[in-house]
Ligand binder design. Sequence first.
Ligand code: SF4
Length: 354
Amino acid sequence: MLELIRAKVERGERILVDEAVWLHEHADDAALRGLSAKVRARFSPPDQATYLIMAIVNTTNVCVAKCDYCAFYVLPKQPGGYLLTVDELKARVDKLLGFGGTVVGFNGGFNPDVRLEEFEVIFRELRQSYGDRLEFYGLTIAEFMYACKVSKVPYLEGARRLKAAGLRWITGGGAEVLADAFRKRHSPLKYRVDDFYDAQRAVIEAGVGSTATMVIGFDETLDERMEHLSRLRTFQDSVGGALTSFLCWTYKPYHTSLGGKELDTQAYLRWLAISRIFLDNIAHIRTSVLTKNADALIGLAYGADDFDLPTEDEVTEKAGATISLDFERLLDAARVQGFTPIHREPWPVRGATA
Ligand code: SF4
């Protein structure tokens, strides 16, 4: 089987779900590194990796979705809930700019008191204040869906309005594992998978950039993981390659009601490689320094070509992630793997037919 898969990859052909499953179950790490390097080389120079410095700033921790893997949220009216003001958001942006950062992801919970109009005000103000000095991801697809629903606005109209307010990106975050059986077990109130893709299609149609993400290490089955990758690949074909990147990270089990054990680094690296090989229509595979620290940079030898150096992210920090601001040490971890890290500009939005 390995020779058959290798021949397909060398010819630039797509591998099947069964073949990805075989790789997961039987291929050794050297084979996964070799195959993923071949697919990686179609998109990026083999000895280089790109990165940027980025903060995840949480706009609100109030959330009604009640995902059992989340250590971050409080319910409406419970003590400890917050909603940051525009001035507080700007103070966090200024802090990031002080670190040499260029991108902020504004993420938060499903807060029933925040409508689309409020997000329009926030993003307009940020774009006017920072112009092109800062790129920002306004919401994840999951939050965007909720904001549209509570505001009773269709997805396409919602995305167009946010774009007009200055927002260029709504990332594919909040995806975790995109399989309905998984969603039913762990976050039945969040969304259904068909709905997630409907929203993401509308975002792309509105000319707003988007990305793909995945989180592994809960109790998801291999079938559920493959369902995620397979639907994603089909979706990416259907939108003309509009999704810029795929970022995979690992579940942090501390202080969550689901609990569990953290996925080990080798299992993470192997999944990165399988994702790189399988997702032959996504240009960039990103490895997660946020959840795997310096070990994430080993992922560059398992098919990843890009990463960010995070400065803050309350959601994952509350569930056990630790953040290091020793950027040089992290970049050295990339160099040790044989890659030259290159600081990059934020990527431009890819059109639906790009
Ligand atoms: S993961 Fe997001 S949607 Fe789920 S409970 Fe936490 S903040 Fe809410």
